[in-house]
Every structure is written in structure tokens, then in C-alpha cells.
Design a protein around this ligand. Structure first.
Ligand code: SF4
Length: 102
């Protein structure tokens, strides 16, 4: 009885670890594609200096996701953004939804 309970607990911990690792792996892989229709609509580029300034005149040199109030990646190179739910944007990127972090 004790042995089967221990076996169950060990199996459960193993399954939970595998799930956590696969979710982390998936999150890292879910980078926003620049050709994604939502990214195109907002002029998102992984490299802020490559923003189409004629189409998105709001862009100002020095602005990027890393200093936008919506960036959820902290100091990481890639992080979430509520404008592109389920995808990660580059810390060096930019889109027309940019709002300078206070
Ligand atoms: Fe980057 Fe901000 Fe645009 Fe999100 S809203 S993609 S963090 S510039």
C-alpha cells in the first residue's frame, strides 16, 4: 500500500515536471512572426530600427519593446505583450501600440 502510494506520487511529480518543461519550451517557441496579420497591421518589427517610418511616423528612435509599458519580458530578450496574446515579442522590437514605460 505504502509502496504504491509512493510510486503514484513519484509518477505524478514526474508528469508535472514534464508538463512544466514542455509548456516552457512551447512558450519560448511562440515568437511573433513579423508576417502575422496582427503584426503587419501594427507595423511590428523584431528590430525597431527597421520600422517603416513612412507608414508609422509615430516611431521615434530609441523606442523599443524593452522600454514600452506593455512589455512583459522584464530584462529577457523575448517576452509577452497583451497586444499579441500568446506570442512573444523581441525586447528590441517595436509596434504602433508603443507606450513609453512610466
Ligand atoms: Fe512592443 Fe509595446 Fe508594441 Fe507590445 S505594444 S509589441 S511591447 S512596442
Amino acid at each position: 500500500m505504502k509502496s504504491s502510494r509512493r510510486t503514484f506520487l513519484i509518477a505524478s511529480i514526474g508528469a508535472a515536471s514534464s508538463l512544466a518543461m514542455s509548456q516552457r519550451g512551447f512558450a519560448q517557441a511562440a515568437k511573433l512572426d513579423e508576417s502575422d496579420p496582427a503584426a503587419v497591421a501594427l507595423g511590428y518589427r523584431h528590430d525597431a530600427t527597421k520600422v517603416d517610418k513612412a507608414k508609422f511616423p509615430k516611431y521615434t528612435a530609441g523606442e523599443d519593446c524593452g522600454n514600452c509599458q506593455f512589455y512583459q519580458g522584464g530584462t529577457a530578450d523575448w517576452g509577452g505583450c497583451p497586444l499579441f496574446a500568446g506570442k512573444e515579442v523581441s525586447k528590441h522590437g517595436w509596434c504602433n501600440g508603443y507606450v513609453k514605460k512610466a
